[in-house]
Design a protein around this ligand. Structure first.
Ligand SMILES: *Cc1c(COP(=O)(O)O)cnc(C)c1O
Length: 382
């Protein structure tokens, strides 16, 4: 048989980013695997590798200890029950699909991730945005949530869910979940906290933040290969989220029986000890981020979002880079190019007006190297 496919391009695929470069891409910084997870991959790289001792459901498997892991995760997040998913987006969809009725409104912040909107659409729901304060802080005011809910109620709309992006991927703002959760509770609506950018990086206490549901991302923030995520819920919603099939009595419907069944859940689990330890050092990460901001603002970068930073994702306006790009024959690519020469990667190619970066998990020495390199590039280009 001749399929007329050139299969050679699939051989020897390589990636040297994390080995040879300092990667500043915010979506990748907290998804770097610790060595113990890299070792575990050798044991579990085959398909369905975690299912050797399964008696019907992923979350009940004892060898490897998935069942205990989920209980420990619930303690870690101060929630009641946890399930693995394929990512934060799947966790959000599961919540929407099981606690809302078709056509219900989801109230969400205007900094929400595109996956929140896509999940809403797939679950056949409507949404109403709570506008941020806009440029330059893009802060979400909790009182605006209250107003938005009141307005929807006054116009006779049915609200099914309140959703908040705990830390957003545009500005790295840390939203006031506790207050917004309290508003949701007082109004009697379930509250979903999207922790894709927070759980695994910083301490998150679900009960303190008044969350009914937490969506987390393994590959974004929990040092896992992924795709893998977590959905943690409070007991009150266990019946609706964890309902089982009528035909296959042990299979949970929203999980389509089982979700992450192999390496993704495995590395999530083997990286957990590393994650538990690193969230204790969150203050140090914030210090590194503030240092980065302070240093780069000296050369004309302008930090967007709430200041001072409370999260490692930083978005800068960079008029100075734009100015240099006008004169450089490489145009917008000069910055990427110069960084690459210095073994720094993860900054979008060709963009000079704005950029996002994170130094999460880098040593102080590396952070200083990044700062010095950027300063040198800018100063020598002027
Ligand atoms: C990255 C991101 C997501 C998507 O996470 P997945 O685990 O890939 O689904 C969702 N929300 C926010 C705020 C994100 O930054």
């Amino acid at each position: 048989m001749n399929f007329n496919i050139n299969i050679d391009k699939y051989r020897n695929l390589k990636r040297s980013m994390e080995r040879e470069m300092i990667n500043l891409n915010p979506i990748q910084r907290a998804g770097v695997l610790p060595i113990e997870s890299k070792k575990a991959i050798y044991e579990f790289w085959d398909g369905y590798s975690v299912c050797d001792y399964c008696s019907g459901r992923l979350d009940k498997i004892e060898t490897p200890p998935i069942h205990e892991f989920l209980e420990d995760l619930s303690k870690f997040l101060n929630m009641d029950v946890s399930r693995p998913t394929h990512g934060a987006r799947e966790s959000k969809f599961i919540v929407m699909n099981s606690v809302c009725k078709e056509g219900d409104y989801v109230v969400l912040d205007s900094n929400a991730h595109y996956t929140s909107y896509v999940a809403i659409e797939r679950a056949k729901l409507n949404y109403q945005e709570v506008e941020s304060e806009g440029y330059p802080t893009f802060r979400i005011d909790p009182e605006k949530y209250k107003e938005t809910i009141d307005n929807l109620e006054d116009s006779g709309k049915n609200i099914g869910l309140i959703l908040l992006t705990h830390v957003d991927g545009n500005y790295g703002n840390l939203a006031d979940a506790e207050k917004i959760g309290k508003i949701a509770r007082e109004k009697g609506y379930p509250f979903l906290l999207n922790c894709a950018y927070s759980v695994g990086r910083m301490p998150v206490d679900g009960k303190k933040l008044n969350a009914d549901f937490i969506a987390a991302s393994g590959h974004k923030s929990m040092a896992a290969s992924g795709p893998a995520g977590i959905l943690s819920i409070n007991d009150e919603f266990a019946d609706s989220i964890l309902k089982t099939s009528k035909k296959f009595l042990v299979k949970e419907l929203e999980m389509l029986g089982c979700t992450s069944r192999g390496l993704p859940i495995l590395t999530l689990m083997t990286s957990f000890p590393h994650v538990v330890e690193r969230v204790k050092k969150w203050d140090e990460e914030v210090k590194k981020t503030r240092y980065l901001v302070k240093e780069l603002e000296e050369i004309g970068f302008i930090q967007l979002g709430v200041a001072p930073k409370e999260h490692d994702l930083v978005r800068f306006e960079t008029p100075i880079l734009d100015e240099i790009a006008q004169k450089d024959k490489r145009r917008g690519y000069f910055f990427y190019d110069e960084l690459k020469k210095r073994k720094i990667g993860g900054i979008k190619r060709g963009t000079t007006k704005e950029l996002k970066m994170s130094v999460y998990g880098l040593s102080w020495e590396q952070v200083e190297y990044v700062v010095d390199s950027i300063k040198e590039i800018v100063k020598s280009s002027l």
